[in-house]
Design a protein around this ligand. Structure first.
Ligand SMILES: CC(=O)N[C@H]1[C@H]([C@H](O)[C@H](O)CO)O[C@](O)(C(=O)O)C[C@@H]1O
Length: 230
């Protein structure tokens, strides 16, 4: 039993009402929600939200009726881990034990159905605690990420002996791409946070994991959607 989950809070600082805002013809959440409902391996879908309109919308499409997200999990500082734990517990009360908890971040709507399948396949083959979507980082802390010291002078963030003078010499670094996660339900129940267990990357190309945090990101993603589906 694979449970597909989306977390969609009402409040959003960067882009007001972001998750329900229309982007290229439908609400942002629907780009991910429709992928969950359409995916042949996903058995049940749940949306964790404190927004009544989003909740009614998701339930009308067939999402589990777990009620609105408790207020203490809907603050600006609430982490995703507690939200996932609550959604899993509330869903299992309705549908019984789950074998994989698949989270799609609705702020990153450019993933393909193949990304969901590949992340699930990795989970089934490797048996990690968590599969996390990642992409190769644009900037590298061994090469071109810098930080100021107390005097304001810049230094490479992670200097290596002898220095790194070309991008190709730098160790590979990934970005945590907030797109697609597959979490072991047993791990989700027992661990205190995302990084407490064996987290492995599912590598995506950067153009499929653009995350919408700002109005600029929103315009960029809308442009990429238009380009892909004119
Ligand atoms: C699973 C998880 O922890 N997701 C968190 C993401 C990712 O850490 C980040 O997008 C990785 O790049 O960051 C937030 O959106 C953020 O405050 O910006 C909060 C969210 O809870």
């Amino acid at each position: 039993m694979i449970l597909g989950h989306i977390g969609a809070r009402k409040g959003s600082k960067g882009v007001p009402r972001k998750n329900f805002r229309i982007i290229h013809g439908k609400p942002l959440i629907d780009w991910s929600l429709d992928q969950l409902f359409a995916h042949p391996q996903v058995d049940a879908v749940v949306v964790s939200t404190d927004d009544e309109e989003i909740y009614d919308h998701a339930v009308a499409k067939g999402a589990l009726k777990i009620g609105l997200r408790p207020a203490h999990l809907a603050t600006d500082t609430a982490g995703k881990w507690g939200v996932w734990q609550h959604a899993l517990e509330a869903s299992e009360a309705l549908i019984g034990p789950v074998s994989a908890f698949l989270d799609l971040d609705c702020t990153s709507p450019l993933r393909l159905p193949e990304d969901i399948s590949a992340a699930l396949q990795l989970y089934n083959i490797e048996h990690p605690d968590l599969v996390m979507s990642c992409c190769e980082a644009r900037k590298n802390p061994y090469f071109n990420l810098v930080e100021p010291d107390a005097s304001g002078a810049l230094h490479v963030s992670k200097p290596l002996p002898g220095g790194v003078v070309a991008r190709q010499q730098a160790p590979v670094v990934y970005e945590h791409a907030a797109s697609t996660y597959v979490v072991s339900p047993a791990y989700l129940k027992r661990a205190g946070g995302l990084w407490a267990g064996r987290v492995i990357p599912y590598l995506m190309p950067p153009e499929r994991c653009v995350d919408i945090d700002t109005p600029f990101d929103f315009r960029l993603v809308e442009f990429l959607m238009q380009e892909a589906n004119p």
